[in-house]
Design a protein around this ligand. Structure first.
Ligand code: ADP
Ligand code: MG
Length: 731
């Protein structure tokens, strides 16, 4: 029974590792960077001048593609791909399952008489109808009307994976509703552009386009593949449902930023090379806090591309890990008792004039611009905090938010003491009434000083879920396996809505006779007053903050199904509708998909925990009990009754504790199954998810407690599951 664990450990002992430290690198990254991407460089080479110009124009304007242009582009793409040995193509999309989907078709087309040719035209490039009836659709697509289609997103370049040309696409129902993560993101970005350009033009008439930028930081664990396979919980749920803490965990902080173990390092080198070939600009890598935990991050990019690149990277990670006999754990909380993994989303806005709108400038004018976008972000997050919370909700992330390692489930904003003072000053100095020339000069001088102030703004607070970090906001509460699109749709939508309001508010004051700058500052002052209760500089992990936040009226929504209710809020439905990001039907369907996803994940965890308890843990405990009982029996034969009495005590204690815990586990598993049955009988998806959360989930913790106690008691030789010390410290 415990054989799998020992085979796994044996295979690690026998592993040959021949890493060549001295090998000179002959290739520069720039030699192969983006080699597998159909970028401008490739387009120039494989498309005619005219086609190249037209497609660039389409991409810049987000315009519809004429059929003849699609044919031309397809033919160039095919020629490029075939020059690299590619034989297949696929539409690559992001269904709401959370990962990516692809269905490969060969270019090859038989033409009779044993002849064939390679075909790939505009029709195949632009649209496909995958039989995708089993992707989640929240009731939008009846299975008898199973058609959904994928449509090319020309703003994200095609790329090659293996022998396949991959074309980034959106995935929509036949009736037009979005069924993926990309479609609403593109719409949110369009809405943002539309709302932000007029505001950016208040400061510079030359701005014609505003895009959101995203730089994600991906945390993950690496574990040995053999050990991974010996753990049904890791294989089936992505996290360990049982496992006593290792005597040594992360308490020495000796892993964080330490020298990267050679095996992980070899994995990272390979990963980076593959990522670079795909044009993913990975720039940093380091150890994280927990043992065997790591992080990598790229240089930021336009948000849509950055999201695609993150999805792609997660895929590539798994493939590369496989080659190294490793497994990547992307789950938010693979191990209890040590840190989980997140994916910080660094977000900002940039213009086609090359300006980062969240970067303080060095004149009063550029700083009013900075303050405008800065304060509007705070107001947007303040007004839609519950929506932002919903966007990062997942079964896995519930284990992080609020635990003592990740930002709490309370959405608050950290801006640093210096900027706090700037906002306080603004609130004090700006007047409704017309300001005197002296007051104005004073204010301008004040605003001009922001960049100097920021230079020594080093008091970064790591416990905040949403922090301003110099020239961008960093959303730290995103889960490690999440699709960044979810929070990015929210950030860009709420910002679009907020900037719309801002433009109107400023216009209204100008109509009342206020000068532009004064009108802007007046509106900002009002926003600061309305939203300052979300600003928090203290320790976000502390219990005091939970109390303080409650006093301030901030939400603290700890679990996913409760958080998802925000999507049904009237203000949210209205937001998405008026921005044309998601229709009420799409939003409802999407929410149901998230609820169902949550419910199914907990259901699977609960089943796996039950099976493992009954098939792995209890038999191991009984086996050990048998051994102890057998020893007891032989002691009885050897010793006198008086001697035996004192000798029997430790055996007796073990046998009894084993019995108690086994009985408890059996009962808990039984009760948990009963709760599952009750939950399954609930008709509404929302209520079913809530039942799984409130009534099934608690059993997982209780069973785990007993199992982990048994792990400490049962003879190591008999324990069937690789232990934490083996999973976490095998390098
Ligand atoms: P850390 O949070 O670990 O200290 P850094 O400050 O080095 O990390 O940067 C984190 C991420 O922020 C990087 O991926 C970087 O590309 C990204 N970033 C920097 N500037 C911007 C920006 N203007 N918009 C979006 N992301 C940005
Ligand atoms: Mg960070």
């Amino acid at each position: 029974m415990a054989q799998l664990r020992f085979h796994a450990l044996q295979s690690i002992l026998n592993r040959q590792m021949n890493y060549d430290f001295s090998k000179e690198k002959t290739e520069k990254i720039s030699d192969y960077y983006a080699a597998n991407v159909f970028h401008e460089r490739e387009m120039e080479q494989f498309l005619s001048k005219d086609v190249y110009r037209r497609i660039q124009e389409c991409i810049a304007k987000g315009a519809r593609l004429e059929r003849d242009l699609a044919d031309e582009v397809a033919s160039g793409m095919k020629a490029w791909a075939m020059s690299k040995g590619v034989t297949h193509y696929t539409h690559w999309f992001q269904p709401l399952t959370g990962r990516t989907a692809e269905k490969h078709d060969a270019f090859f087309t038989p033409s009779g008489g044993g002849r064939s040719f390679e075909e790939f035209g505009g029709a195949q490039l632009v649209q496909q109808e995958p039989d995708a009836s089993s992707f989640p659709n929240g009731g939008l697509r009846n299975t008898f009307e199973a058609r959904g289609y994928t449509a090319w997103d020309p703003s994200s370049p095609a790329f090659i994976m293996g022998d396949t040309l991959c074309i980034p696409t959106v995935f929509v129902a036949y009736t037009g509703e979005a069924l993926d993560y990309k479609a609403p993101l593109l719409k949110a970005l369009a809405a943002l552009n539309e709302a932000a350009v007029p505001v950016a033009q208040m400061f510079d008439r030359n701005v014609t386009r505003v895009t959101a930028t995203l730089g994600w930081e991906q945390e993950y664990f690496l574990v040995d593949d053999a050990l991974f396979r010996a753990r049904p919980d890791l294989t089936l749920t992505g996290r360990t449902l049982f496992g006593h803490s290792s005597s040594k965990g992360q308490q020495l902080d000796d892993h964080y930023f330490g020298s990267i173990p050679e095996r992980a390092s070899a994995f990272m080198r390979d990963l980076e090379k593959e990522a670079h070939k795909l044009g993913i600009p990975i720039k940093t890598r380091h150890n994280e806090v927990a043992p065997n935990q790591f992080e990598c991050a790229p240089i930021f990019e336009e948000a849509n591309l950055a999201v695609d690149h993150n999805q792609l990277l997660m895929d590539v990670m798994e493939k590369v890990a496989h080659k190294h006999g490793l497994r990547v754990l992307l789950h938010e909380k693979p191990f209890a008792g040590i840190n989980g993994s997140g994916k910080h989303n660094n977000w900002s806005l940039s213009t086609d004039t090359g300006v980062n709108l969240l970067s303080p400038g060095n004149t009063p004018k550029t700083n009013i611009r900075f303050l405008t976008f800065f304060v509007n972000t705070i107001k947007a997050v303040h007004d839609y905090a519950d929506l932002l919370r919903a966007s990062i909700a997942s079964a896995g992330n519930d284990h992080r938010l609020g635990a003592n390692e990740a930002p709490p489930a309370i959405i608050s904003i950290f801006i640093g003491s210096q900027l706090t003072r700037v906002l306080q000053d603004l609130e004090k100095r700006v007047k409704d009434a017309d300001m005197s020339p002296d007051e104005k000069t004073d204010l301008k001088l004040h605003i001009g000083k922001i960049p100097e102030i920021l230079l020594d703004n080093t008091d970064r607070n790591r416990t905040s879920p949403f922090a301003f970090t110099g020239n961008k906001f960093e959303l730290r509460a995103v889960g490690s396996q999440a699709n960044c699109s979810s929070p990015m749709v929210v950030m860009n939508s709420i910002m679009a809505m907020q900037l719309r309001k801002f433009a109107n508010d400023v216009e209204a004051l100008k109509k009342k006779g206020k000068k532009k700058d004064e009108a802007i500052l007046n509106v900002l002052r009002k926003y600061i007053q309305q939203s300052k209760n979300i600003l928090f500089e203290g320790n976000g992990y502390g219990e005091e903050w939970v109390k303080e936040a409650a006093k301030r009226g901030l939400s603290n929504i700890r679990t996913t199904p409760h958080a998802l209710d925000a999507y049904a809020d009237k203000s949210v439905v209205e937001l998405y509708k008026s921005l044309d990001v998601l229709s009420p039907e799409e939003l409802e369907a999407r929410t149901e998909i998230y609820q169902e996803d949550y419910m199914m994940r907990i259901q699977i965890e609960s089943r796996v925990a039950g099976d493992m308890a009954l098939n792995h843990i209890i038999p191991a405990a009984l086996n050990y009990q048998g051994r102890v009982a057998a020893t007891l029996k032989s002691l009885k034969e050897v010793y006198s009754a008086a001697e035996f009495k004192s000798l029997a005590a430790p055996h007796d204690a073990i046998i009894k504790e084993l019995s108690q815990r086994i009985t408890k586990i059996q009962q808990l598993v039984k009760d948990m199954i009963e709760e599952r049955k009750k939950a399954n009988a609930i008709g509404s998806v929302r209520d079913c998810a809530l039942a799984y959360c409130d009534h099934v989930m608690p059993y997982l913790e209780q069973i785990r407690y007993e199992v982990d106690k048994l792990e400490l008691l049962v003879e190591d030789d008999l324990w069937p599951l690789p232990k934490y010390r083996e999973l976490l410290f095998t390098k």
